[in-house]
Design a binder for this molecule. Structure first.
Ligand code: TYD
Ligand code: MG
Length: 456
């Protein structure tokens, strides 16, 4: 009988140690080491244990390597193509993380069925064939080339892969898989690392693209060792507020494209629908002007979108005023309030301030500062802002209005959506003159100037 080998693994970063330690020497987290069984050193740790002979790698000149092997596959989803940097790279491994019920399985099943010019194998360790079939029927897409398999054993999955020879492989989810080479339970650090490693080797050797679905922990990071994120080529995050139908797909890491891209989807009764004009959903429909609302011309990645900022300023009932935000950094709100207080003389220190970004999205673009300030002032003065004005500028610590990037994109998006004026920083002026006419660009340098323009 083979001797059972055990080792301790850090559940946070995947570091290995022969004995238990209280503090992980590599990531400095306390109490993260858990004993796991590793065994069978005699086994070949390779996805293709028998049939295919391994190719011998040879050093080649970079200029001799043909890139047409890498022409990207079209996923037939504009949003997904954009997030992946222009399509799916053959041989890449993509990790998709997200909270339970956010729509990871739906997104990838939809993808598997849309790519019907290629063979796709969808492997689920979580749902049965009938359950997936039911979901597929709901999605209203028909596909002739989508294979399905319920399996959790990696070696058995590879047996099926050899038969089907798919171009794209989807694994739902990496935490449910187990490999024969390792004896610890599915979902443990050593299992996740081993399984991901086998899929990575498989993807590189056969030029098959592999999607791995990953669960995330309570804290919001991907469950499993950090090393998992290093092993894959692309890490995508699927997020959204469950109370809203919108889902945002973000790139956290991408070896083949920019990480500033994002895709927006809407969950409907027939699956995920792509949202190609996000401003439409982010601007709430209203007939009358209300105080405390300002529109910011923001950018997410390379995508301009207009979002609505709502503020409520009221006298504090208790001694300490409350400051509460949704979708915006609370420290940044405090900073902006301090600037208004100190530099512009608005008395807000005894007021409760609530700030909300409509649509349930989170924004960290500094260019929405000015809209935040205007929403607060509008609520404080109880004077509404004209619905045809939007804002795009950062506010500095001395109350100065600072310039921001991609100003032309923001202006043309605002113009497209029918805004009549946009308030920007004076220091942006140089790059503005080549934008189209049809919208009034108001250049300002101080909060007082904005105040005078907006509230008369
Ligand atoms: P799912 O893809 O199972 O989430 P995950 O794999 O990330 O856990 O999505 C489940 C949710 O999506 C579920 O709450 C119901 C909703 N949903 C719809 O609203 N419409 C649909 O057509 C489908 C398939 C799911
Ligand atoms: Mg799922």
């Amino acid at each position: 009988m083979a001797k059972v080998k055990k080792a301790y693994f850090c559940q946070n970063c995947g570091a290995q140690s022969p004995k238990w330690v209280g503090k992980c020497p590599s990531c400095n987290q306390w109490n993260t080491f858990v004993e796991e069984i590793i065994e069978k050193e005699s086994d070949q740790k390779n996805w293709q244990t028998t049939s295919i002979t391994p190719t011998i790698s040879k050093a080649r000149k970079l200029k001799d390597i043909a890139t047409d092997e890498l022409s990207r596959l079209n996923t037939h989803s504009e949003e997904l193509n954009r997030v992946l940097g222009g399509g799916l790279v053959p041989g890449s491994v993509i990790l998709l993380g997200g909270e339970p019920g956010i729509g990871k399985s739906t997104l990838l099943l939809q993808l598997a069925m849309q790519m019907n010019h290629l063979d796709v194998l969808y492997v689920s360790g979580e749902e049965s064939e009938q359950q997936v079939k039911m979901r597929a029927e709901r999605l209203n897409i028909t596909s002739d080339d989508c294979y399905f398999l319920t399996e959790t054993n990696v070696q058995k999955i590879f047996q099926q892969v050899k038969e089907v020879k798919p171009k794209v492989l989807v694994i739902d989810s990496i935490q449910t898989l187990h490999s024969d080479h390792i004896d610890s339970a599915a979902g443990s650090v050593s299992q996740i690392r081993e399984c991901a490693g086998e899929f990575q080797k498989f993807a590189k050797q056969t030029h098959t693209s592999v999607f791995l679905i990953g669960h995330i922990t309570k804290e919001g990071s991907l469950a499993g060792p950090k090393i998992l994120e290093h092993m894959v080529d692309t890490v995508l995050h699927f997020e959204g507020d469950r109370n809203y139908g919108y889902r945002i797909l973000r790139t956290m890491k991408n070896r083949f494209g920019s990480t500033s891209e994002l895709g927006i989807f809407e969950m409907s009764s027939t699956g995920l629908r792509e949202v190609s004009n996000p401003s439409e959903i982010l601007l709430s429909q209203r007939d009358e002007n209300l105080s405390g609302i300002a529109i910011a011309a923001s950018m997410e990645g390379m995508r301009p979108m207009l979002i609505e900022i709502q503020a409520l300023v009221s006298s504090a009932v208790y001694g300490t005023p409350q400051r509460s935000t949704t979708g915006f950094d609370a420290r940044r709100l405090n900073m902006l309030l301090a600037v208004l207080e100190k530099r512009s003389g608005f008395r807000l220190s005894m007021k409760d301030v609530f700030l909300n970004i409509a649509g349930g999205i989170k924004v960290d673009d500094p260019a929405i500062d000015l809209a935040v300030v205007c929403a607060i002032l509008s609520s404080n003065e109880d004077v509404e802002i004209d619905q045809k004005i939007c804002f795009a500028a950062e506010v500095g610590l001395s109350g100065e209005i600072r310039s921001i990037n991609h100003i032309e994109h923001r202006i043309s998006e605002a113009q497209k959506l029918g805004f009549e004026s946009i308030v920007v920083s004076k220091y942006n002026n140089k790059s503005i003159h080549n934008t189209k006419k049809g919208i009034r660009v108001v250049a300002v340098s101080k909060i007082e100037e904005v105040f005078r323009f907006v509230f008369g």
